[in-house]
Design a protein around this ligand. Structure first.
Ligand SMILES: [Zn+2]
Length: 89
């Protein structure tokens, strides 16, 4: 019997022969890793802070010493962005 549940808005989980299988809730693409690790297995895009949009102040050096990067993790099947962060590079 295949039952599934949501991990979050973008990720679902089902059990296949007792093994946790994560999938995209938008396109059913299976995702690698567990609910704790799938994010680091996703394809990701990195760019300058200026690409984060006008709500993010582009010159981070005013606030922090370390260089920072705008990063997005997305579904390998439908390219829906699952997570966006601004982090030290
Ligand atoms: Zn997808």
């Amino acid at each position: 019997m295949a039952t599934s549940e949501r991990v979050n808005e973008n990720v679902g989980r089902r059990f296949d022969n007792g093994n946790e299988v994560l999938f995209c809730t938008h396109c059913n693409q299976e995702l690698q890793g567990s609910s704790a690790t799938y994010l680091s297995n996703l394809p990701r895009y990195e760019g300058p802070l200026s690409e984060a949009g006008p709500q993010v102040f582009a010159d981070s050096s005013v606030f922090v010493d370390a260089p920072v990067v705008f990063r997005q993790y997305y579904c390998p099947g439908c390219f829906t962005v699952f997570h966006t962060e601004v982090v030290p590079s």
